[in-house]
Design a protein around this ligand. Structure first.
Ligand code: PAF
Length: 298
């Protein structure tokens, strides 16, 4: 079934418009904006899972009009990362978006987002983008520059009242919140809890890379974080990290990082200071680089 047919047949599950052109998107949104309708934006790179669906449902419940962007953003992938093999299934995404009550799916081509001569980047500093995933030895700050540039463009194009993100990408959330604050972008950032499989694995499009054995081993990440959470209150953060590390080691997983940081400014935290603490982990499990985290209030 091609996309046009899919959109035409989507009336059974909801009336979703599929748009590739920025001008068409702006034209579709203008009357809604004039009427004072609230617009919710859910930015995605597609290959939707229940985590995305929870964002879409929240947007549907809170906003008059729901826009989902579907764009595998090349600038947030470093050389040697998985841009080429990143899972894609636009038809399925459209069907799921329609079922979740999305009004508009905006799926621009790369050359529309980054036209010839594109020369502007949005970069958040303040120690938020060169630690954890942004450490130059890992994905590097260029990853977050790619994220903030595309998210700023999407916020400018859609002009939502609320934009929805998942807590699984905790660093991305901290970076986007700072960008929105620093650039006075008039949008509320709504962050929803990580959605997990029954065995605890955080939902991610990249879970598709795991073979059955790796899929089983990958459950160690959430187990490690739960163990850390259970230990932190009584024994402190150092013990919590040691417990988590032991849990990973038992599954044969050497983390790229496993760290306790202030959830808002991402400064390292050694001891409880009354502010929410993020325990974040990243690890390569077979063919997939996975991230997960837990937020704790000590
Ligand atoms: O979280 C993601 O899927 C992406 O980083 C985002 C926010 C859609 C930007 O490309």
């Amino acid at each position: 079934m091609d996309l046009v047919e899919l959109v035409d047949s989507s009336h059974a599950t909801g009336d979703v418009k599929f748009l590739r052109a920025k001008d068409e998107l702006r034209a579709a949104l203008a009357p809604m904006r004039r009427e004072g309708s609230s617009i919710g934006l859910v930015p995605t790179m597609g290959y939707l899972h229940d985590g995305h669906l929870s964002l879409l449902r929240a947007a549907r419940a809170e906003c008059d009009l729901v826009v989902m962007s579907l764009f595998v953003n090349p600038t947030q992938f470093g050389p040697g990362e998985d841009l080429d093999r990143y899972p894609r299934d636009e038809e399925r995404d459209l069907r799921l978006a329609a079922e979740a009550g999305v009004d508009i799916v905006y799926a621009p081509p790369v050359e529309d987002v980054y036209p010839e001569g594109f020369a502007t980047q949005v970069e958040v500093g303040g120690g938020l983008t060169d630690v954890l995933d942004g450490d130059p030895a890992r994905r590097g700050p260029g990853h977050f520059r790619g994220v903030t540039t595309v998210v700023a463009k999407l916020l400018n194009t859609v002009g939502p009242k609320v934009a929805y993100f998942g807590q699984k990408d905790a660093q991305q959330v901290a970076v986007i919140r700072r960008m929105v604050r620093d650039l006075d972008i008039p949008v509320r950032i709504e962050v929803l809890a990580t959605v997990r499989e029954a065995d605890g694995l955080a939902m991610s499009s990249r879970n598709a890379y795991l073979d059955p054995g790796e899929r089983e081993r990958a459950t160690a990440l959430s187990r490690a974080l739960r163990a850390a959470e259970a230990t932190a209150g009584s024994e402190g953060l150092a013990a919590a990290l040691a417990t988590a590390r032991a849990e990973l080691r038992a599954a044969g997983i050497e983390p790229e990082y496993l760290e306790a940081r202030d959830a808002e400014n991402l400064n390292p935290v050694a001891e409880s200071n009354g502010r929410p603490v993020l325990i974040a982990v990243a690890a390569q499990v077979g063919g997939a680089r996975l991230i997960d985290n837990v937020l704790i209030q000590l």
